[in-house]
Write a protein that binds this ligand. Structure first.
Ligand SMILES: Cc1cc2nc3c(=O)[nH]c(=O)nc-3n(C[C@H](O)[C@H](O)[C@H](O)COP(=O)(O)OP(=O)(O)OC[C@H]3O[C@@H](n4cnc5c(N)ncnc54)[C@H](O)[C@@H]3O)c2cc1C
Length: 346
């Protein structure tokens, strides 16, 4: 375990913001958490992964915890359904790459999502028609309140869209390992827009000889064409949630759009099972003329307006927060919709 005071967090957030924390604790096993002298640590205590869904709004006055639990155990490779136990500090995409190399299905559509496996289980990450909850069979945690190990079967993790029991509990549970169930049975998910095209397949095609690795490579190709590589350009991925409005309010939003774009405008939307309507935040931002907008070192990403980037490499939290509020107020003025950040502010 390493405990460092006054620690620079620049390499622990994908925005690459230069902030510090009063104390940084990095541990290598769940056992080390049990022996930690919690009461001596500067408060508050906060666990992070790679910081790819976070915005540090300034220096952090307490303790930042980070997992280096780095094992991947295939319980029985001889089975059709292969159970795998993965330490929370394992880089998510290294795990996905390894499972695809073993010919196992389940994680391939979640290729190239930044971050660590523990955080992925907290966030219920999702992409291209897949969510991590569909391959998780259990999550092992250290309960900070009871100071003991606890194990949650998947059914008790209260998974929902980018949400879980661990998020709701506000830091009570430290995820130490995640149990997955992957399969050797052929089960590609190809229906999401752009996947078949990247594989050069006809509409509805489902070739028998496709491998998880080929699908992973197609997903990577699609992602690279749209999203910035955090190694080259700082960001935290999608910055805002897609707003959900009542059907009765949608008519008013259409009127506002017609005022600015004429009667032919059509707002892309998805009708939820409960009748509410989800509108892509990226469309609202683009139609508000904000693509490429900047505030200090922060900018709206040209290829995907849902992403705010650290364009100059030396953006400060205030630049990103100023751009966030400029986007929120401009979209509010134009469409009467309030956007909310998906990225967590710390
Ligand atoms: C370019 C880019 C593309 C992205 N694309 C996607 C995408 O397609 N789909 C998607 O879902 N997300 C996407 N994201 C968001 C992000 O990668 C995920 O949310 C990821 O799971 C965050 O992992 P992390 O290790 O960086 O966690 P962090 O951002 O450090 O933390 C996220 C949350 O998890 C908590 N946490 C972290 N580790 C633990 C732990 N061991 N125990 C308990 N709590 C913990 C933190 O307190 C925080 O609340 C993208 C981000 C970027 C930068």
């Amino acid at each position: 375990m390493r405990i460092i005071r006054d620690f620079d967090l620049s390499s622990f957030n994908t925005f690459r913001i230069k902030v510090k924390c009063a104390c940084f604790v990095e541990y290598e096993s769940a056992k080390e958490l049990e022996t930690l002298d919690w009461d001596s640590l500067p408060q508050p205590v906060r666990h992070i992964g790679e910081g790819s869904n976070l915005l540090f709004t300034g220096d952090f006055p307490g303790t930042i915890l980070h997992s280096c639990i780095g094992y991947i155990k295939y319980v029985d490779m001889g089975l059709d359904e292969v159970p795998v136990i993965v330490g929370s500090g394992v880089k998510w995409d290294s795990f996905v790459e390894q499972t695809c190399r073993h010919g196992l299905w389940g994680a391939e559509n979640l290729s190239l999502i930044p971050g660590e496996t523990g955080a992925a289980a907290v966030q219920n990450i999702g992409a291209y028609g897949a969510e991590i909850k569909d391959i998780i069979s259990g999550v092992v945690c250290y309960d900070l309140q009871e100071r003991k190990k606890v194990k949650f079967p998947a059914g008790e993790c209260r998974y929902a869209y980018r949400d879980s029991l661990f998020k709701e509990a506000g830091g009570r549970y430290i995820v130490t390992s995640v149990l997955f169930r992957l399969t050797r049975r052929y089960r590609p998910l190809l229906d999401y827009k752009g996947i078949r095209q990247a594989l050069c397949l006809e509409v509805n095609a489902r070739p028998d000889d496709l491998t998880p690795m080929q699908l992973r490579e197609a997903i990577i190709e699609v992602r690279r064409s749209k999203l910035p590589d955090p190694g080259e350009l700082g960001s935290a991925g999608s910055y805002f949630k897609n707003p959900v409005v009542r059907a009765t309010d949608f008519a008013g939003i259409i009127d506002l759009a017609r005022r600015d774009f004429g009667n032919d405008v059509s707002i892309p939307h998805y009708i939820n099972p409960d009748g509410t309507i989800k509108i892509p935040a990226a469309w609202l931002i683009e139609k508000s003329g904000l693509k490429g907008s900047t505030c200090g070192g922060a900018a709206v990403y040209e290829k995907q307006p849902l992403v705010i980037v650290n364009a100059t490499g030396d953006a400060c939290p205030e630049d990103i927060l100023a751009l966030e509020s400029h986007i929120v107020s401009t979209v509010q003025e134009r469409f009467g919709i309030t956007l909310h950040p998906e990225v967590e502010h710390i």
